[in-house]
Design a protein around this ligand. Structure first.
Ligand code: 0X9
Ligand code: ZN
Length: 301
């Protein structure tokens, strides 16, 4: 049965999404973001109780091996639909949510069948190596400042050109009519315990730096609530490393989204292979982080 005591593969996640769509037909709508290189659908759900809500967009598992991200995204979606906690019911009823639980479907499938530690997409650009780092393939400051690699065998291969991957093209085209309505964009990753925000490609700070810091700090307080888990907060470049052509930086810039974050969840020393008994802890921590970030952003208007 579907749940959060073990990790689920993409067909299990998609079958569960179908059940949700049948169970909550007035609240949920299913969307096909696009199709992967290997012809799998990239699916999203939109949760909306009413007209006129602000919008939060969650993109998860762009990196294939980061299984805790789709586990957490699906748990959070389930929570929005079923929780009796007033804070969660408030989030469900007064925010519109778009959630892509598994963005890199081909890569995710490959981690379940062949190589648990695969990161990239599965398209081959006429070399011996497969795959592009989806989170280096977006057309914002693509390939600048050594924040990605031109080597197709590298884990951070940026692709031969920006938007060389059908997956990143799909997200671009899906966001085009929607992006300017998004108030908060969240990209789920593992691991390292960080709340990161633009920019990744340079140390230059953005016009939203103070707001991003305030709301990011609230997120870290939320992550700490359940079990004292310490998250560091700051721009990707100065807090983690230089990364160019990422989805968050692209969406932030393209649609002027004031609140755009990357979460790097817990690894607990296990790296990307977080044992399933730690899934729920990460879910609770992420729930508390999102509650806190929404509360702080409402206070700040
Ligand atoms: O390098 C990455 O893409 C992310 N770290 S990971 O270990 N999950 O691969 C960090 C990306 C964060 N940066 C931006 N979104 N700018
Ligand atoms: Zn990642």
């Amino acid at each position: 049965a579907f749940g959060w005591t073990a990790y689920n593969n993409y067909t299990e996640i998609y079958d569960w999404m179908d059940v949700l769509l049948e169970t909550y037909p007035t609240i949920l709508t299913g969307h096909i973001v696009g199709t992967t290189y290997q012809d799998r659908p990239i699916r999203a759900v939109k949760l909306s109780y009413k007209e006129g809500n602000p919008t939060i967009f969650i993109e998860s598992n762009i990196h294939a091996r980061e299984w805790i991200t789709s586990a957490t995204a699906t748990w959070f979606l389930n929570e929005l639909l079923t929780s009796t906690d007033p804070d969660i019911q408030d989030l469900a009823q007064n925010i519109d949510w778009y959630i892509i639980p598994v963005f890199n479907v081909d890569g995710f499938h490959y981690t379940h069948t062949t190589n648990r530690l695969w990161r990239k997409t599965r398209q081959n650009h006429a070399t011996v190596c497969f795959g592009t780092d989806g989170n280096r393939n977006f057309d914002f400051q693509w390939m600048v400042n050594n924040g990605a690699s031109t080597n197709p065998c590298s884990e951070t291969f940026a692709g031969p050109v920006p938007f060389s991957e059908p997956e990143t093209v799909a997200l671009r085209d899906f966001l085009e009519p929607l992006g300017s309505k998004i108030n908060m964009y969240l990209s789920f990753h593992s691991q390292g315990q960080y709340v990161l925000f633009p920019y990744g490609h340079s140390y230059e700070t953005t016009e939203y730096h103070d707001l991003l810091t305030e709301v990011g700090n609230a997120g870290a307080e939320g992550f700490a609530k359940y079990n004292n888990t310490i998250y560091r907060v700051g721009p990707t470049s100065s807090t983690l490393y230089i990364a160019s052509g990422t989805s968050v930086d692209w969406a932030f810039n393209e649609f002027n989204i004031p609140l755009a974050y990357t979460f790097e969840f817990i690894g607990l020393g296990y790296g990307f292979v977080l044992p399933p008994e730690h899934i729920l802890r990460n879910c609770y921590e992420t729930r508390d982080a999102i509650i806190a970030m929404v509360a702080r952003s409402r206070q700040l208007g």
